[in-house]
Ligand binder design. Structure first.
Ligand code: FES
Length: 107
């Protein structure tokens, strides 16, 4: 089972287990991770689930779809090369632990 480590801007961390077929966004919301809003429920309609995937792991996850790339242009925090919408991060069984950083703002 994949574990996701959410790192806040102040350095605090929270680790959650990621059930199969559950997105990183949903795991965050269900476990009360601060700073991941997921307002649209994962429909690629809000960009409030923005995270930065650890740079060393960016190539370990599937690349973003064209739709995700388009919505990433609407994130309110700084967009970086490792920016992802966490509702699109799932099926990570091959990864023991994914580290994601929560941006300064979501909206
Ligand atoms: S939860 Fe809305 S785009 Fe990810």
């Amino acid at each position: 089972m994949t574990r996701v480590r959410f790192v806040q801007r102040d350095g605090s961390e929270k680790c959650v287990e990621l059930d199969r077929d559950v997105s990183v966004m949903l795991a965050a919301v269900r476990n009360g991770v601060s700073g991941i809003d997921g307002e649209c429920g994962g429909c690629l309609d809000c960009a409030t689930c923005h995270v930065y995937v650890d740079a060393t792991q960016a190539s370990s996850v599937l690349p973003p779809s064209d739709e995700e790339l388009e919505l990433l242009s609407a994130v309110s925090g700084e967009r970086r090369p490792n920016s992802r919408l966490s509702c699109q991060l799932k099926s990570l069984a091959a990864i023991d632990e994914l580290v994601v950083y929560v941006p300064e703002t979501q909206s």
